[in-house]
Design a protein around this ligand. Structure first.
Ligand code: HAM
Length: 436
């Protein structure tokens, strides 16, 4: 297969038959986030490699195996962002947002890049909707961002998912926990994979999310984080749970979920699809608290929490569940023309109609009237009209509703305004009928 006619493995084109669905998911996401006080941040697609090595952690799969890293022409090591949190923290720090009004709440829609084995719902380029909240240490911040996801899912009609919750504690209780983990895994060294041998020394918690089935099996019996929390972490986590319960947001505890990125402390969360027929336990999104990240990047000591959802996975879930999704906006009026004079008039008329906000098309190919009507049918135009010498002479045109076949007469001079008015009236009548 010639390379130039095929997208790179793990990447996908989003065609016009799907892009509007992403727009809908993205706009609803940003709108929901705005209701919680989050405003959109855009950061560069590539950053200095060190940001992710330090931020995400050099014992993670993401950093060790999955980053797209290269030297630029100035011999700097550059990495395509594998996730959004480190870049968001870097940007907020660089532009002094963390020295302003706190909490500082940012949302984002970004593409991310990870060299993973492609499969359904797993790509090498994918998009995330995420939020990050800096400067809020209380359990209410954790619960609020989890409830934001629940609100978003409700807004797009996403059902059949569960919220998995865990706490992985602070650096103090983590020390005790890591010792316990090492003790446990020491007894299984011979069975662990070579990468996990490395993890034993650097960060045994990473063994808990090793993708090797043998390590995974051993991990199921490993000590649980929840049994090793200090009093403060325990109280914090209990309050997060209490707050979620108080707003009727159900969750399940998963004391072995540790998340695949090193910056997390305290609460961690995952949103898991429970839809039958879809890849089992497809993780739609995840997040948690990361109280040490800002300081790790050279900033002040500052708490933070956030999440990111995979938009491709959300669309997969919605489509598999046959959730009603908005339709694509069709061409409202197709003006078929006959004759040179009518064609020139259509050019003008289309401009006036568009100025009224009406999506209008006319022939720019030079087709016969019959072929123009065929095209109008193919693009699913809502209305069509024929403009020829006789219409220009009479100054009137008949618009045909392509679904019902009903015709409506308009004066040419009034068409843009009158048709706009007509459409508003139609929409109003449809709405009234729906509620009767
Ligand atoms: P993450 O769990 O690595 O967390 O990714 C979040 C979500 O992105 C996943 O749950 C999944 O839906 C989607 N995702 C990840 N990898 C792929 C892939 N290869 N193909 C398709 N979708 C994928 C983070 O990225 C953290 N930055 C989240 C966060 C924000 N934590 C705190 N703030």
């Amino acid at each position: 297969m010639p390379l130039i006619t095929q997208a790179v493995r793990g990447t996908r084109d989003v065609l016009p038959t799907q892009t509007y669905l992403y727009r809908y998911l993205e706009e609803t996401a940003l709108q929901t986030a705005r209701n919680f006080g989050y405003h959109e941040l855009r950061t560069p697609v590539f950053e200095h490699t060190e940001l992710f090595e330090r931020g995400v952690g050099d014992t993670t799969d993401v950093v060790q195996k999955e980053m797209y890293t290269f030297l630029d022409k100035g011999e700097r090591s550059i990495t395509l962002r594998p996730e959004g949190t480190a870049g968001a923290a870097r940007a907020c720090l660089e532009h002094g947002l963390l020295g302003g009004a706190l909490p500082c709440k940012v949302s984002y829609i970004t593409t991310c890049y990870r060299y993973e084995k492609p499969q359904a719902g797993r790509y090498r380029e994918f998009s995330q909707f995420g939020v990050e909240c800096f400067g809020a240490p209380t359990p209410a911040a954790d619960a609020e961002m989890i409830s934001l996801v629940a609100e978003y899912f409700a807004a797009i009609g996403l059902e059949n998912y569960r919220i998995e919750l865990n706490s992985i504690g602070c650096p103090d209780c983590r020390k005790v926990y890591l010792d316990k983990l090492r003790e446990y895994f020491d007894r299984h060294t011979a069975e662990l994979c070579t990468t996990c041998h490395d993890r034993m020394a650097k960060n045994p918690m990473r063994i808990l999310d090793c993708k090797s089935p043998v390590c995974g099996e051993i991990a199921t019996q490993a000590p649980a984080t929840l049994e090793h929390l200090c009093d403060d972490c325990d109280t914090h986590f209990a309050q997060v749970q209490h707050l979620l319960t108080s707003i009727d947001t159900p969750f399940t505890l998963n004391s072995r979920m540790v998340r695949g990125l090193d910056y997390y402390t305290h609460t961690v969360v995952e949103f898991v699809s429970e839809l039958e027929g879809l890849q089992s336990n497809l993780v739609l999104g995840g997040g948690g608290r990361y109280n040490g990240l800002v300081e790790l990047l050279g900033g002040p000591s500052m708490p933070g929490c956030g999440f990111a959802l995979g938009l491709e996975r959300i669309l997969l879930h919605l489509q598999a569940a046959a959730t009603p999704l908005p339709g694509r906006e069709n061409c409202e009026l197709y003006i078929a023309t006959q004759g040179e004079q009518a064609h020139a008039a259509a050019f003008n008329l289309a401009a006036q109609l568009r100025a009224e906000g009406i999506a209008t098309q006319f022939d720019i190919v030079g087709r016969s009237l019959k072929a123009q009507m065929k095209y109008a049918d193919k693009i699913d135009a809502n209305y069509t009209c024929v403009l020829g010498d006789s219409e220009l002479e009479s100054g009137a045109v008949r618009l045909k509703n392509m679904q019902t076949g009903t015709q409506h007469a308009f004066k040419l001079t009034d068409l843009p305004e009158e048709f706009a008015h007509f459409l508003v009236q139609q929409a109003h009548e449809e709405l009234t009928a729906m509620y009767e």
